[in-house]
Design a protein around this ligand. Structure first.
Ligand SMILES: Cc1ncc(COP(=O)(O)O)c(C=O)c1O
Length: 433
């Protein structure tokens, strides 16, 4: 299987050429288009466990995991069986269903900050709703976000949300009014002094701070010692809320997310990806007094036709049940550490300056000789080299996220054999970079 000797992607190319006439850029979400690594995207045919197959019949070991949800491995037989049973009862009720209670209880039991939860359909929706709630609860408009953190594509978050513009509060995308982002203050990740300065410059005006507690959208960047604790204290001191966007880290870097891992409890949390087990689910939750403001319990309006639908709830419940099994996180930790340590070792042997790290099943790897503490550091990575590495790995049967600025993911289905094969592929590719 892996190690594709005659790598052909003609069918992928054909399908993508038609797709470009039908959909902007030929994709339903931009990063899939391979713009930052060059070349054309691979069109998938099917996924199973830790592997994916494309329409030309090539097989790859997958480290994207549908951008995070596939933590148990793709198309897990127990998730599929539960979905088949649920399907017989219908796809959407648009009315209360007991499965919502089951998943809500699981989330509340697992995530320290969550006493009540609202289900939505995506991480974007969770983050834009939590922002409204931050403002509704505090009566303040300004928020702090961190450079290189992505919280979905709602207008007010499209400031320094990736390859951002340099000026404070300026939108990253046309179509986002300046008036919408003028209340979005930004600070470098891991920089408490910058946050202190923002609070000092905007007394009594900041509703709260939102961040990825471990960044995955500038590549993998963990918090420096004391950063999350410092934010907790600063927000409390200024009567502001602390929000962890755990859409990526939730149920991934530990069962209780980053907040359980680091022992810092925010006021509110957003979730997505893993809690939907591959179906569209997002959620936001937190302290009961804050969540009680959400309609219909309170005045802050937020709604959704398909929210809490039985199929999405079923996939989420089964996925969390599988993660609860003894040894799940130990497995993720072991295979991911082996992968990243191996990659760094090979980079060293082959003379490529590199940095990397992992927590449980989330990892990152930069072609950068210096430590990476924030997005500016990440941007100094050798992006051209990453593009060549990405292409080389693809040809060797390894599917990595098509951007230096994306975290990678492993799953319960990744085996030692997968990691060994990935490392042999990396050795071949790095020798020729
Ligand atoms: C941390 C974080 N927040 C929010 C989102 C948005 O989630 P979605 O793509 O489900 O809208 C993402 C997506 O990658 C994310 O990584």
């Amino acid at each position: 299987m892996v190690s594709i000797t005659s790598f052909k992607t003609s069918r992928s190319e054909e399908i993508f050429a038609s797709a470009q006439k039908l959909m902007p850029g030929g994709v339903s979400s931009p990063v899939r288009a391979f713009k930052s690594v060059g070349g054309q995207p691979i069109v998938f045919d099917r996924v199973k466990g830790s592997h994916i197959w494309d329409v030309d019949g090539n097989e790859y070991i997958d480290y994207v995991g549908t951008w995070g949800p596939a933590i148990c491995g793709h198309a897990h037989p127990e998730v599929l069986a539960a979905l088949r049973d649920a399907l017989d009862k219908g796809t959407s009720f648009g009315a209360p269903c007991v499965l919502e209670n089951v998943l809500a209880e699981m989330v509340i039991d697992a995530v320290p900050s969550i006493e009540m939860v609202r289900f939505v359909n995506s991480g974007t929706e969770a983050c834009m709703s939590v922002l409204r709630l931050m403002r509704a609860f505090t009566g303040r408009e300004k928020i702090i976000k961190f450079e290189g953190c992505y919280h979905g594509h709602a207008d007010m978050f499209l400031v320094k949300a990736g390859s951002g513009v340099a000026t404070l509060g300026l939108p990253d995308s046309p179509g986002v009014p300046k008036s919408t982002t003028s209340s979005t203050l930004t600070a470098p990740y891991n920089d408490l002094e910058a946050v202190k300065a923002l609070f000092a410059e905007n007394p009594g005006e900041i509703a709260g701070a939102i961040l990825e507690p471990v960044v995955g959208n500038s590549g993998f960047i963990p918090p420096d010692a004391g950063f999350l604790e410092g934010l907790r204290l600063l927000t409390q001191e200024h009567g502001a809320l602390l929000v962890f966007d755990e859409v990526m880290t939730g149920f991934r870097i530990s069962y209780g997310g980053a907040q359980a891992k680091f022992g810092v409890t925010p006021d509110l949390t957003t979730l997505g990806k893993v809690i939907g087990g591959g179906l569209p689910v997002g959620a936001y939750g937190g302290r009961k007094d804050i969540m009680s403001m959400v309609a219909p319990a309170g005045p802050m309006y937020q709604a959704g036709t398909l929210s809490g639908n039985p199929l999405a709830m079923t996939a989420g419940i089964k996925t969390l049940e599988l993660l609860q099994k003894a040894g799940s996180y130990e497995h993720l930790d072991r295979v991911t550490t082996k992968l990243v340590e191996g990659l760094l070792e090979i980079a060293k042997e082959t003379g490529h300056p590199a940095m990397g790290g992992s927590i449980s099943g989330m990892f990152g790897f930069f072609f950068n000789g210096d430590p990476v503490h924030n997005y500016d550091d990440a941007k100094k990575s050798d992006l051209t080299k990453f593009g060549r590495f990405h292409r080389g790995m693809l040809e060797q049967g390894v599917y990595l996220a098509p951007s230096q600025f994306e975290a990678g993911f492993t799953s319960l289905a990744h085996t030692d054999e997968d990691i060994d094969k990935t490392l042999s592929a990396a050795r071949e590719v790095m020798k020729q970079l």
